[in-house]
Design a protein around this ligand. Structure first.
Ligand SMILES: C[C@@](CO)(OP(=O)(O)O)[C@H](O)COP(=O)(O)OP(=O)(O)OC[C@H]1O[C@@H](n2ccc(N)nc2=O)[C@H](O)[C@@H]1O
Ligand SMILES: Nc1ncnc2c1ncn2[C@@H]1O[C@H](COP(=O)(O)OP(=O)(O)O)[C@@H](O)[C@H]1O
Length: 284
């Protein structure tokens, strides 16, 4: 069985509060894009999970979110057989694109299917949040408003067709540290208009959506890694309607209304060497 695990971008990302358990209340507009990892799953007679991957520094034991998701379902349903899984990664790691979360979502879907567990999408999403806040959304995919810690999801209509240029600089940002360093009571923190963006998407209004793009993590992370601003500026100076950091970073994405303009910007970005990974794609 072969599954695609799609990357996400956050078209809007607001953090509105902190919970007693340390997690934060968010309001985000999530969007999957046509960039994906490939997860292959096969049953094996011997018990246990064997995981391999093409990225040497990604763990292949319980620390891998794919392993965690598969084990969670297999333990719950007392499955005696084993699984062989191979994960081929194309989504940059620790990038703000939910790579690991989406791989976990694919594992939930795959294990449910391969062992005929009969769980609904909702059943899977309930279990998914135990692996990570963004995993339920990765099971759902498409365009959605995410609230709570990211697990309360409202599906939105597809956004109007647009092209997405992804540029990941060679720096690493920890999601946990990004949340810890957020100063919500600082008046300099700009909260994006998430409700306005929801309305714009419901009305199929691309201009309205683009004008409301914003990410509350940007100032803090860009202050530490100015290369993120340089990539944003490059994209916006080369035809992007708007460029923004995804999630807790450091990946930048630009929204374009033509493939040609995006390809031209991609060529300039590659030439600039500001980004380690450059990928030209579209929404899914
Ligand atoms: C920031 C976002 C935006 O989509 O994406 P990424 O940058 O990771 O892609 C998400 O909120 C990331 O969700 P996810 O990566 O699933 O988070 P988890 O693994 O559950 O948590 C990692 C750490 O982030 C913090 N965390 C996460 C989610 C949340 N709503 N509040 C938090 O405070 C917690 O400190 C937690 O220990
Ligand atoms: N399947 C996986 N793919 C990538 N990273 C994983 C995976 N499982 C666990 N990890 C660990 O999780 C960390 C963050 O991974 P990732 O999901 O790519 O981040 P982000 O959500 O910020 O894009 C990495 O440092 C990696 O060691």
């Amino acid at each position: 069985m072969r599954l695609r695990a799609l990357a996400k971008i956050n078209l809007g990302l607001d953090v509105v509060g902190k919970r007693a358990d340390g997690y934060h209340e968010v309001r985000m507009i999530m969007q999957t894009i046509q960039m994906y990892d490939v997860l292959e799953i096969e049953k094996k007679a011997e018990p246990g999970i064997t995981l391999t991957t093409n990225i040497p520094y990604v763990p292949t034991d319980e620390r891998n979110l794919v392993y965690k998701a598969a084990k969670m379902l297999m333990d719950e349903f007392h499955i005696e057989e084993g699984l062989t899984m191979n994960l081929e990664k194309f989504i940059p790691v620790a990038a703000g694109m939910a790579g690991g979360s989406s791989d976990a979502a694919a594992a939930f879907v795959g294990v449910n299917r391969i062992f005929g567990l009969g769980l609904s999408e909702e059943d899977l999403m309930k279990r998914a949040v135990k692996v990570g806040a963004d995993v339920p959304y990765c099971v759902m995919r498409g365009t959605a408003l995410a609230e709570g810690i990211g697990e309360k999801l409202t599906r939105l209509p597809r956004v109007p067709q647009c092209y997405v240029l992804v540029g990941k600089p060679g720096v690493n940002v920890s999601t946990k540290t990004a949340y810890e360093n957020l100063k919500l009571d600082d008046p300099a923190v700009v909260h994006p208009d998430i409700d306005g963006m929801v309305t714009a998407i419901r009305e199929g209004d691309l201009d309205g959506m683009i004008s409301r793009m914003g990410n509350v993590f940007e100032p803090g992370i860009i202050g530490k890694y100015p290369v993120i601003q340089e990539i944003k500026d490059l994209m916006e100076n080369h035809g992007a309607r708007k460029a923004m950091m995804s999630g807790s970073g450091p990946t930048v994405f630009g929204i374009f209304d033509s493939r040609e303009k995006m390809e031209q910007a991609a060529a300039v970005l590659r030439e600039s060497k500001l980004a380690k990974t450059v990928f030209a794609t579209e929404v899914f």
